[in-house]
Design a protein around this ligand. Structure first.
Ligand SMILES: [Zn+2]
Length: 141
C-alpha cells in the first residue's frame, strides 16, 4: 500500500487492524484504512479489496459515510489501475483479480453497504475497461 500511494505521489496510508467493523470487513476514511482481522487471515486474494480501498484514497473519497455507490464503481476501476501499476502494467491480470473478487461477491449473494449489487459493479467495470470485454463475460442477474 505504501508503494501504491507512492506511485500516485500521495503520502502513505495508515492501516489499522480492528476486531469488528460495523457491517463491513474493511473501510476507508480520511487517510486510514480499517481492516477487520478476519479479512487478513482469510485465504482468498485480498489485494483487490485493499486496492479498492487505496482507490478511494487516491480518488479523494474522504467521506466514507457518504455511501455513494458510484464512488464504489470508481474505486473498483481504480483498483485495476493500481494493481496493474504495481505488477508490471499488465491490465488484464489486474482486471482478472478485481473481476474475480467481484464475482465471488456475486456468488455469495451479498451486497455490501453503500454498493450497487455485485453484478452491476462487474458490468460497470467492463464498461470502464472496453479492452477487457472480449475476454471477460458480463454478469447477468
Ligand atoms: Zn468502497
Amino acid at each position: 500500500m505504501t508503494r501504491a500511494s507512492a506511485a500516485y505521489g500521495k503520502p502513505p496510508l495508515h492501516i489499522t487492524v480492528v476486531d469488528v467493523l460495523d457491517r463491513a470487513s474493511i473501510s476507508y476514511n480520511l487517510g486510514e484504512i480499517q481492516v477487520a482481522r478476519s479479512v487478513l487471515v482469510s485465504r482468498g486474494d485480498i489485494d483487490p479489496l485493499l486496492a479498492h480501498e487505496v482507490g478511494h484514497y487516491v480518488l479523494g473519497h474522504n467521506n466514507n459515510f457518504a455511501l455513494d455507490p458510484n464512488r464504489e464503481i470508481a474505486a473498483n476501476a481504480e483498483a485495476v489501475r493500481i494493481l496493474a501499476k504495481l505488477n508490471g502494467g499488465d491490465e488484464q491480470i489486474a482486471f482478472r483479480r478485481v473481476y474475480n473478487w467481484l464475482s465471488r461477491q456475486h456468488a455469495s449473494g451479498a451486497t455490501a453497504r453503500g454498493h450497487f449489487a455485485p453484478c452491476v459493479e462487474i458490468n460497470a467495470l467492463l464498461d470502464a475497461f472496453p479492452g477487457q470485454r472480449a475476454v471477460f463475460k458480463r454478469c447477468s442477474f
